[in-house]
Design a protein around this ligand. Structure first.
Ligand code: PEP
Length: 245
């Protein structure tokens, strides 16, 4: 059977309301032949979600790029999981390296977010990955293992892990297929051994485009990609989506 492939767009802090609406309407009209094997998710900034949630969609799911770890309260400037759910998101990205860097998010905090997202029956997309220094000094496996161990509890029933080496995000540099494969096997083995009850999918993220998407998705234990820059260009995303028709 053909494996399930995720195409997860991380739009970051980009797109106007108009452009986002037009983009989604156009993308949704593409005729997806093998729909049940594809999960196309657009993760948009919070303020786009109310408008995007009103567009009728047959082929595209919505996700947010973060959430707060508490359900509600005195947390000025943050967004709650209940509103994310209200605006029809099915997925929530957590632990993106930009959140870890600019908002000092720790594995401990990310664990709380994952627990809350799961309790609310949404699906967390957990981003993990090493820096260039960690890769060069051969500490990358340790880093990834620690991120998994500290942020995913035994209770989690469904999860997407996005392996995103920090040095590959927005740089045009991607690891070799063997390097991606090594990490996807490590992640898979961690779950088989220590988090048996979790329905896990693994995607790769970092400088994915229409030229490398297909080959990356064919790697064993990889179910598609989390895509930043290329997901903002309609022609690129269209090619990526069509490449698994
Ligand atoms: C990302 O930031 O999640 C990402 C994968 O970005 P890019 O595709 O631009 O490298």
């Amino acid at each position: 059977m053909q494996k399930k492939t995720f195409i997860i767009a991380n739009w970051k802090m980009n797109m106007s309301v108009n452009n986002a609406n037009k983009f989604i309407k156009k993308l949704d009209k593409l005729n997806y032949k093998k729909k049940k094997f594809k999960e196309i998710v657009i993760c948009a900034q919070f303020l786009l979600l109310p408008s995007l949630s009103k567009i009728s969609r047959k082929n595209i799911l919505l996700g947010s790029q973060d959430c707060h770890h508490e359900p509600q309260g005195a947390f000025t400037g943050d967004s709650s999981i209940d509103l994310i759910k209200f605006f029809k998101c099915k997925y929530v990205i957590v632990g993106h390296s930009e959140r870890r860097k600019y908002h000092y998010e720790s594995n401990h905090l990310i664990k709380k977010k994952i627990d809350l997202i799961s309790i609310k029956n949404l699906i967390p997309i957990l981003c993990i990955g090493e820096s260039l220094e960690e890769r060069k000094s051969k500490k990358y496996k340790e880093k990834i293992y620690g991120q998994l161990n500290e942020s995913v509890s035994n209770k989690i029933k469904k999860l997407v892990i996005a392996y995103e080496p920090i040095w590959s995000i927005g740089t045009g540099k991607i690891p070799s297929y063997d390097e991606i494969s090594e990490i996807s096997n490590l992640i898979k083995n961690f779950f088989v051994k220590f988090r048996k009850n979790c329905d896990l999918s693994i995607v790769y993220g970092g400088s994915v485009d229409s030229l490398n998407f297909r080959k990356i998705s064919e790697i064993k234990n990889i179910n598609g990609a989390l895509i930043g820059g290329s997901s903002l260009k309609y022609s690129e995303l269209k090619k990526i989506v069509s490449s698994i028709n």
